[in-house]
Design a protein around this ligand. Sequence first.
Ligand code: MV4
Length: 457
Amino acid sequence: MFKKILIANRGEIALRVICACRELGIDPVAVYTEADENSLHVRFADEDVCIGPPPARDSYLNVPAIISAAEITGADAIHPGYGFLSESAYLAEVCEACHIKFIGPSPNVIRLMGDKAKARRVMKKAGVPVLPGSDGPVDGEAHALKVAKDMGYPVIIKASNGGGGRGMRVVRTPDELGQSLKTAQREAQASFGVGDVYLEKYIDAPRHIEFQILGDHHGAVVHLGERECSIQRRHQKLVEEAPSTALTEKMRRKLGNTVVDAAKAVQYTNAGTFEFLMDQTGNIYFIEANTRLQVEHGVTELVTGIDIVKEMIRIAANERLGFRQGDVKFSGHAIECRVNAENPDTFTPSPGLIHAFSTPGGPGVRVDTFAHSECTISPYYDSLIAKIMAHGRTRDEAIARMRRTLDMTVVEGIQTTIPLHMKIMADPDFHAGRLSTAFMERFQAEQQKKANLAQAV
Ligand code: MV4
């Protein structure tokens, strides 16, 4: 097992990785910037290294700075958390060259999954259902028109090297296709350095359902079930839950087994997430795979009792998975609300000093946060300050626990999305599990209508 792990991240996820290190008897090393020097991840690590000025591109995204920090401290592994360098095949490769273990999939798998058109083709070949679409990048307008005609409109153009909603374009008629294709290719070139785009049948108001997997270096792969992440705004997830209200036990088993087989086919190791879209008739299709620990991993941990971060570390240290698929038992229901330092109506960032911060405990509650009373939320990084999770025997119990937890959370000095979450938790569609990626649009339109009515009286 490793003696020392450098955590190439900040905020709540750096603290989360410190938790796993402590439980495994590993010394955590923190990296930080001038904006983060008083952060809890620095306080609770055994050692810390300043890696540069606040802008991420000069610090948390700086591969030489991260590698130097690992070499100086003698760390034998790097955990990248999520965001920043977590899906950098380049960092994983440099780690290999420097004999430092990268705690994540191999550079080859990261690169394969980073090419969404290639990932789609490989998954299809492995027997995973994918949407009708182009077999790899489209070759020009004539090719695109042919593919779109065969599958029918609307279609969506996606950047091969995009992902997470960046560089997508919906096309509803053939006469728009040529122009949209050119624009999409130009944008893809500018944003990702590669102009390749591919085509898929467009699904209106789908559910976003993702499967968590773990694979070791001895050929074992297990899935930990799914998470439903349909409640999002501008490709930022707001609320996640496990399990999804849309899957039956039988669907979960079948799709889970398919994902495990596909992961084995690409020799997937460490943690991964396979994203699917479910259309309104219940068909489900693979769209992309994420080769990192995800923000929302905690809801899976709550329903399986498996510590995903500890498993990632054990896997990277060449240990065998200590359990088989049949040992994974799903228990109850878990919900996560992402608490952002933002105006809850406009979502504009609200960094600054938190005067008072307090979260309740009690049965079935987990809060992952780096916030505390008298801490400053920096404007340089993303606005996630806390993940409030609630677990219950039933979905209703999890919702009740979430509501009383949100109610008893104190954050003074900055604005947060807690008031928004309280309203979502009270929403009839949410209660009924009637979810889709269109949820927030409908929800916000209704909120606006209510506000206008209140204005009128
Ligand atoms: C789609 C889609 C509809 N049809 N693909 C956005 C994030 C990226 N991972 C994939 N995304 C989508 N791909 C097809 N063929 C709709 C979306 C989408 C979406 C997906 C998941 C969660 C939220 C979303 C919000 C808008 C659009």
